[in-house]
Design a protein around this ligand. Structure first.
Ligand SMILES: Cc1ncc(COP(=O)(O)O)c(CNCCCC(=O)O)c1O
Length: 451
């Protein structure tokens, strides 16, 4: 039983408030301005514009207050204006915004690398390189693995999501909206079967057996001696919050190590206390060779990282890793403060507390023959998969209708999944219990009336 019950003080009132209909006039005016200058390819799921945010609340430009169960897609785990992060950013930005670490380096980058060496799993010598986005971290983790092994092939999994750059689109499984029309994609990427317990043909297949299924395919389609890296999300995010069967990840990691294949855990969405541990791989004691991180790392400031075995990262020739903004000093200051908050407020324990509060109530909605086919997740990374009642046929329409009903009541929830039929919950880990339970009441009402 976690002891981490959130009772902090907040800058904004922690209460949802919808003043009439939305979007209000100020959001409508901004939407008109946006239409004249921002392409439709950039989509937004909430039809209002943010004016302020704190704790579990986002206030729009017309004064409506929404409960945020999305955290800007698993980013603002410490809240969108954590006082420690705000103070650190203000202090740093008043001195310098940028010098480029490849030109004139600065302590913040080194301090973040020291911190990540300490908080990531693995009691070996580590190195860290910093970037700006999750996709950039994944791109570079693959570069490092290829440089260190001299091999080219990379394995990714069904339902995977790794980014929107050319290589990471190739690593991502879902075509629309991420890949359609943007090819050709990079070569030497191979897709393997995932452990997806809810959708396995054989419901009794163990995690180790599912891993052996992928390993056999790797050995027949690629050859272990050709494989530079095996890349996997410990809990798949955009693909549908898929928690692999127990034993799947350890078996893959064991095989990778035995065959000189770099095991890369993509913890961009599952990292930084989100699942009840600092990193999701820790639930099964898996120690990756490389970990890609972003989102929750810096309290909302753009920062990403690759941390891992020194011998792998040091295999890259001098000047082989970098980028103009990588490890921006303001983002580094934010990251150090955000990780302080994660430690001082025991946000991993908080995530476990959120799971204890929420998961039983979601499971109660998954009645036999109903529209909620599966409930899954860890910590504050929880999901419901919607299906046609009594079947497993994905029901994306109901998932979207539930999200829309929640929004009308002032609660922001996100959907995801290969089939678009998953409602995911990603509250800030600093959300108060009362606000979270209010949002859960709204979600339950929506599911019971629509599901
Ligand atoms: C596991 C995992 N790896 C990599 C990434 C990519 O991180 P970037 O910071 O969006 O590049 C993600 C980003 N997930 C949200 C994408 C939202 C969207 O673009 O529609 C992830 O979840």
């Amino acid at each position: 039983m976690s002891t981490s019950v959130m009772t902090p003080s907040y800058r904004l009132e922690q209460r949802r408030r919808i003043a009439g209909t939305f979007p209000g006039p100020n959001s409508a005016a901004l939407e008109a301005r946006r239409a004249a200058v921002v392409p439709k390819g950039v989509a937004s799921s909430v039809p209002v514009y943010a004016a302020d945010a704190d704790g579990g609340i986002i206030v729009d430009v017309d004064g409506n207050a929404f409960i945020d169960l999305g955290s800007g897609i698993a980013v603002t785990s410490v809240g969108a204006s954590d006082p420690a992060v705000v103070a650190a950013v203000q202090e740093q930005v008043a001195h310098f915004t940028h010098t480029c670490f490849m030109v004139t380096p600065y302590e913040g980058y080194v301090a973040v690398a020291e911190r990540l060496a300490a908080v990531t799993p693995g009691d070996f010598e580590k190195r860290t390189v910093l970037f700006n986005s999750g996709a950039e971290a994944v791109e570079n983790a693959v570069k490092i693995a290829r440089s260190a092994t001299g091999r080219n092939a990379v394995v990714a999994f069904d339902h995977a999501y790794h980014g929107r750059t050319n290589l990471t689109m190739g690593l991502t499984a879902k075509a629309m909206p991420y890949k359609t029309g943007f090819g050709p994609f990079a070569p030497e990427i191979y897709r393997m079967p995932m452990s997806y317990p809810f959708r396995e043909e054989n419901p009794n297949i163990s995690g180790a057996e599912a891993a052996d299924r992928a390993i056999l395919a790797i050995e027949k389609q690629i050859g272990a001696d050709q494989l530079a890296a095996l890349l996997i999300e410990p809990i798949q995010g955009e693909g549908g919050f898929i928690v692999p069967a127990e034993g799947f990840l350890p078996r893959l990691a064991e095989w990778a190590q035995a065959n000189g294949v770099v095991f890369i855990a993509d913890e961009v969405q599952s990292g930084f206390c989100r699942t009840g541990e600092w990193f999701a791989v820790q639930h099964e004691g898996v120690v990756p060779d490389l970990i890609t991180m972003a989102k929750g790392i810096a309290g909302g400031m753009p920062l990403s990282a690759v941390t891992g075995r020194a011998e792998l990262l040091d295999a890259v020739h001098p000047g082989g890793l970098g980028g103009t903004y990588g490890g921006n000093p303001v983002a580094c200051a934010a990251a150090l403060a955000a990780m302080d908050t994660m430690e001082s407020q025991d946000l991993a324990g908080r995530a476990r507390h959120i799971e204890e509060l929420v998961l039983p109530r979601l499971r109660a909605l998954a009645v036999e023959g109903g529209g909620v086919g599966d409930v899954r997740g860890r910590g504050a990374m929880l999901a419901m998969e919607f299906v046609r009642p009594g079947a497993k046929e994905p029901d994306a329409e109901t998932a979207k209708a539930v999200a829309a009903a929640c929004l009308r009541e002032g609660v922001i929830v996100l959907t995801c999944g290969t089939y678009g039929n998953v409602i995911r919950l990603l509250p800030p880990l600093t959300i108060g219990d009362d606000l979270l339970l209010d949002a859960l009441d709204v979600l339950e009402t929506a599911v019971l009336s629509l599901g």
